[in-house]
Design a protein around this ligand. Structure first.
Ligand SMILES: [Mg+2]
Length: 201
């Protein structure tokens, strides 16, 4: 197990980690998910402070792509329809030139276990399935979609003095995602360019 203060990057499952695991099945086949804004703030802050982040999920949706972009996650680090999370996790590690031992993986269900074991710090929410809790290096006291990601990110960034966020200059003025660019053209942001809105996470 790698210490929290030695972790340099994160990889996350989605359902049951970013969310409480519930999905709303729409008539058109799309699946709607609820993301926790505090968790998302944690991820965005990690990315902003130099911690590459990946999403590795068996799911797929357009909204997930937009959510990942708004968190600062690069498209090439979004692994959807993953059939082998360990393989995708190792691919992510190679792409950022880090050893798997330097990267944490967060999962909640059986398909996540190989990637957790391959990582330096296998983490799960408090409501992960029993097999995952047994395999994890660290079981958060927070549930999926209820703060487990924020818990981990703060434990990693704070001892490295990387838990840094300037409320007066959110995300260092960087708004790379298309949604935020669009938002800046709307509403009060158009009239108050010095106080442009930013994605909440
Ligand atoms: Mg899951």
């Amino acid at each position: 197990m790698t210490r929290f203060e030695d972790i340099k990057a994160f990889a996350f499952d989605v359902d049951g980690v970013f969310t409480d695991g519930l999905v709303l099945a729409m008539p058109d086949g799309d699946l709607l998910r609820q993301f926790n804004s505090k968790d998302c703030f944690g991820v965005r802050t990690a990315v902003d402070n130099g911690f590459p982040c990946a999403i590795i999920t068996g799911g797929v949706s357009q909204s997930l792509l937009h959510r990942a972009r708004s968190l600062g996650i690069r498209d090439k680090h979004l692994y959807m329809l993953s059939k082998d999370k360990e393989s995708d996790f190792l691919h992510f590690c190679r792409s950022i030139c880090l050893e798997p031992a330097q990267v944490a993986f967060v999962g909640d269900d059986i398909p996540d276990i190989p990637a957790m074991l391959a990582s330096g710090l296998g983490v799960c929410p408090s409501d992960a399935v029993a097999e995952v809790r047994s395999a994890a290096d660290f079981v958060s006291t927070f549930a999926g979609g209820r703060g487990c990601i924020r818990d981990l990110v703060e434990r990693v960034l704070k001892p490295q003095d990387k838990w840094l966020f300037d409320p007066k200059n959110p995300w260092k003025g960087s708004h790379p995602d298309s949604i935020t660019k669009f938002a800046k053209l709307t509403g009060r942001n158009r009239e108050m360019p010095d106080q442009v809105g930013h994605d909440e996470a």
